[in-house]
Design a protein around this ligand. Sequence first.
Ligand code: ADP
Ligand code: MG
Length: 350
Amino acid sequence: MTTAIAFENVSKSYTVKGRPFEALRAVNLTVEKGEIFGIVGFSGAGKSTLLRTVNALERPTSGRVVVDGREISALQGRDLYAARQRIGMVFQQFNLLESRNVYKNIAYPLRLAGLSAEETLDRVEELLSFVGLADKALAYPSQLSGGQKQRVGIARALATRPDVLISDEATSALDPQTTGEVLDLLRRVNEEYGVTILLVTHEIDVVRELADKVAVMENGEVVEQGSIYDVFSSPRHPTTRRFVSSVLHHVPSTEALEKIRAVHHGRLVQLHVEDRETNHPFLSQVAREHGVDFNVVFGGVDELQGRLFGSLTVELLGTDTAIDAAIEGLRRTATVSEISAAPEREVAHA
Ligand code: ADP
Ligand code: MG
């Protein structure tokens, strides 16, 4: 694999009310060619600042941003202009010229790049048909829905045949149905044109739908990164856990656990299972072998990138010795952690 974008120790500080403020802190990330890479984080995490270093709309205070082998953060003038033509950008608020029709919005970067009127016409027609707006060439932005506007934004970003597309919350202003359509379009951009996509979003679902890899940002730092499967199936950082648990309801919240405890008085364990383990009925086998009963009280199993994973909260009923042995048995197949009794219960028993 070759590298499309490399962030090397990228830091950015601003002066806010006379004091230094670190918007990016030593970010290191590598995006491979052909990949869809998602960066997720809450508002203010530094996502837009980081994304804007890719086409040098922002320059790092220290560190380097290398795009297609060239340090974009060091380019100026004509070299920077040429490098920017290889990078398309999509915005949350579409950034269309309201006074120009769809055709002219998409043609704009092409005329700037020096294409003839005829070449421009061919290219714009091709792009309009690719994004499914062949009949909207003469419409004005105000006559389009949000989803249609973003299709125009994507067509414009692709006009100069970039290798890389950067997307800043491209679907955050859209409803869920339209979001799905725009994500499908971005997937086609990646698959049919081979364009590398780096997208930032505060919506973890967008990353789950579209990306191959994900990085989680907080306070200007990357706190976790990996493949979508690894990060979603075993999130480590608390912020990642928050994001993942907002879309995957495998693990009970503290409140849900309290309700479970009110009804289920046996010992509770959390079983974390991955696809390689789910092909034999290990739960009932272990229960039978050790003479314990089990009760699934919470959980979920999901599929990501063709692989299964999930987490089950199980109540085990039997003697303590039998349950201890059963937990050992379960550990041969799943990652098991016992959920200790609620503190107030422990106090009550003491
Ligand atoms: P995100 O896109 O993750 O919401 P941003 O990259 O927009 O985050 O902003 C990260 C932090 O940097 C925020 O606290 C923001 O206020 C600050 N920031 C961004 N741009 C500037 C600027 N030009 N001057 C001062 N602070 C800025
Ligand atoms: Mg932002």
